[in-house]
Ligand binder design. Structure first.
Ligand code: OGA
Ligand code: MN
Length: 279
């Protein structure tokens, strides 16, 4: 069974077939990591991935990074549950973001498996930070290459979660989570696999430029957050039963669509550890 990698035709993403995800050999794992670095996000249809296979797929790509905030699955603590109940009015990840940028060595990627889907809606949109960088002017690229930015989990998970009703917070998030110290990353990184330049800031976790105040940083950050979500850099994935998506967290943003009010959606997520990133 050969691997087939079919690009979506948009700025990022490819559909992959011909792999049994829980049983990759080392060559197949290397192909997946390389394809992720090239396409940013890989989609797999009609998979029959039990939690054990999901864990085995992740472990064939690297070490599992257990998310500090999301509620873990009761039986498999490596799996984070991304839950929406009918009574919830916001969905996890509804602003454009990249997960784990607040870590010193941001995660390589996450593997999301659909467990329970709404009758319609609940798509996930992805955006290419290669394309976002490439589309900037030479002057802006040069300016950004001289900057570093502060990434923090505090705004999103500290302030953000403190605003949720207690019952909802305890249902969807872990008890007693802790914030790591803020970290600083270059605004333009070199992708650890492809070597291509990437715009590496995001609305959920980037708070300011290093050495700048938050107020000074806001206009330029706001421009970059808007620019990065331009529709020509994006691809919108429609989930079906048996769908699996894996995104590279260094070169993409993603956003969960909040358009299925009153319904349940449950996704299982496993995150794979990454490496330090540099300009
Ligand atoms: C995530 C996330 C998007 C979705 O798991 O990090 O943002 O569509 N999920 O559930
Ligand atoms: Mn996310």
């Amino acid at each position: 069974m050969g691997i087939d990698i079919e690009p979506t035709g948009a700025a990022l993403g490819a559909f992959v077939s011909g792999l049994e995800l829980g049983k990759l050999d080392p060559d197949e794992s290397a192909t997946v990591i390389e394809a992720l670095g090239e396409h940013g996000v890989l989609f797999f249809r009609d998979q029959d991935v039990a939690p054990e296979g999901h864990i085995a797929f992740a472990e064939s790509l690297g070490e599992i990074d257990v998310n500090a905030y999301f509620s873990p699955n009761e039986t498999y603590p490596q799996i984070a549950e991304v839950r929406t109940r009918p009574e919830n009015t916001y969905v996890i990840g509804e602003a454009w973001h990249t997960d784990h940028s607040y870590e010193e060595a941001p995660a390589l990627g996450s593997i999301l498996v659909a467990r329970q889907l709404p009758t319609s809606g609940g798509d996930t949109a992805f955006s290419s930070m290669y394309a976002a960088y490439d589309a900037l002017s030479d002057g802006m690229k040069e300016t950004l290459r001289g900057l570093r930015a502060v990434h923090s989990s505090y705004e999103a998970f500290g302030i953000g979660l403190s605003k949720l009703p207690e019952e909802e917070r305890s249902e969807r998030f872990r008890d007693g989570f802790r914030f790591g110290p803020d970290v600083v990353h270059p605004v333009v990184i070199s992708h650890p696999v492809s070597g291509r330049p990437v715009l590496y800031v995001n609305r959920s976790f980037t708070t300011r430029f290093d050495g700048w105040t938050a107020a000074e940083s806001r206009p330029l950050l706001e421009f970059l957050f808007e620019h990065g979500s331009s529709v020509e850099f994006t691809y919108r994935f429609r989930w079906e039963p048996g769908s699996v998506a894996m995104w590279d967290k260094r070169c993409t943003w993603h956003k969960a669509l909040n358009d299925y009010r009153g319904q349940t959606r449950l996704m299982h997520r496993i995150t794979v550890k990454g490496c330090p990133i540099a300009a």
